[in-house]
Design a protein around this ligand. Structure first.
Ligand code: CDP
Length: 218
């Protein structure tokens, strides 16, 4: 059968790197739903849309010519056939992405697209690991395994600033603000009913991968 794995959690928990490795080990496809919100933010800005214009941003989310790569070794994101992986991971986009992600019309469009993608990927590769903030609860509550990755705030901030090689204080402030905004529209700081929590505070990468694989088998 097809194996659908849903993984949620905030930044700095190892969610992205662990999700990709788990998909690799299982030999299935991968979906980064956060990259989709980032792509909408980038695309809307690229078109000169004011991100506080809810209607215009919702329209951008509906019409964006977005193609999501689903190979965990190279999950390329493109818009109009142009790769935008680097553009969507800048601090500027991190700064504005919550404005797009708290737009409820955008969320409704993304939920539909993400659910379709999850089913398509699972069909094509025998399964999927999809990660984000609302995959276990809204996008794929029907998943075979539903996991919330957490870590202490201290550990999360440390991992994130190391990853970005930028000022730790600025990173901390930005992430705290983003979590506060995002948590008004998605439950990813505490586990919903039936969701398995994996606290990675004291786990290294390999141990985190093993914990997720263990939760999938359970
Ligand atoms: O880079 P980081 O792990 O911090 O975040 P991401 O997974 O790239 O997600 C970027 C942003 O997209 C989040 O801060 C949320 O605003 C939004 N997001 C969401 O609302 N729902 C999801 N399922 C995934 C991401």
């Amino acid at each position: 059968g097809r194996l659908i794995v849903a993984i949620d959690g905030p930044s700095g928990t190892g969610k992205s790197s662990v999700s990709k490795e788990v998909a690799r080990r299982l030999g299935v496809g991968y979906l980064d739903t956060g990259a989709m919100y980032r792509a909408v933010a980038w695309w809307a800005q690229h078109q000169g849309i004011d991100l506080t214009d809810q209607v215009a941003v919702a329209h951008a989310a509906e019409t964006i010519p977005l193609v999501m790569g689903t190979n965990p070794d190279d999950p390329r994101v493109s818009v109009d056939d142009i790769p935008i992986d680097q553009q969507i991971r800048t601090s500027e986009i991190s700064e504005v992405v919550s404005a797009v992600a708290t737009n409820l019309a955008v969320r409704s469009t993304m939920k539909k697209r993400q659910r379709q993608l999850i089913n398509q990927i699972a069909e094509a590769t025998g399964g999927v690991v999809a990660e984000g903030r609302d995959i276990t609860t809204v996008v794929a509550p029907f998943a075979d395994a539903r996991i919330l990755m957490t870590a202490s705030e201290e550990v999360r901030m440390g991992r994130r600033s190391k990853e970005l090689a930028v000022d730790a204080e600025a990173t901390r402030a930005q992430i705290v603000e983003r979590d506060a905004k995002d948590s008004t529209v998605a439950q990813f700081l505490t586990a919903a009913d039936g969701v398995i929590t994996i606290d990675t505070s004291d786990l290294d990468f390999e141990e985190s991968v093993a914990a997720v694989l263990g939760a999938i088998e359970a």
